[in-house]
Design a protein. Structure first.
Length: 171
């Protein structure tokens, strides 16, 4: 966050180029052709704002509407697309494996709360499951030194800055 602030302070700008891994990019495009750009905005907003909860980040992205969707009729473009992404991740999509769209979990998803209560989200209750995922996840910062992001580097005369996407459940 501090590094992004310093770059902006010096009149630097940011533009999404691509994901680090092509397989991940293709997986995102399979889910939705605009998902790489949407996620890039959400990740950038995470690193340049006080928000980490995905509902807040989706709301911020929706307010800013960086892809200029027609929101005259209150379509929830960003929320809808992010819910699809979270569902696919929860049910089997991995960033380094080609995603076919087939879920590993065919019945649903179980969550055991700290008090021992078991919550079950069956695939038949898809809307409830998607709402649960969006409302109970946040972005988190991994180790920049271990994962090699957050540093400016030069490639073919251009300056680049990698950001990391890490999603966690809220406690």
């Amino acid at each position: 966050m501090d590094r992004i602030g310093q770059i902006r302070k010096r009149n630097g700008g940011f533009e999404f180029v691509k994901t680090e891994r092509q397989i991940f990019s293709n997986n995102l495009v399979l889910i939705d052709s605009l998902l790489p750009e949407i996620l890039s905005q959400i990740v950038f907003d995470f690193y340049s704002s006080e928000y980490s909860h995905l509902t807040d980040l989706v709301n911020l992205t929706s307010e800013n509407n960086p892809l200029k969707f027609d929101v005259e009729n209150d379509h929830k473009f960003y929320e809808y697309k992010l819910k699809r992404f979270l569902t696919d991740v929860a049910l089997g999509m991995m960033p380094s494996v080609v995603w076919t769209g087939k879920y590993d979990a065919t019945g649903g998803y179980l969550k055991v709360k700290e008090d021992g209560e078991v919550l079950c989200y069956h695939i038949y209750n898809r809307n409830e499951f998607e709402d649960y995922l969006l409302n109970n996840t946040k972005l988190d910062t991994a180790s920049s030194s271990r994962h090699g992001f957050g540093e400016i580097y030069k490639e073919n005369g251009e300056l680049y800055f990698n950001l990391n996407l890490q999603i966690r459940f809220l406690k």
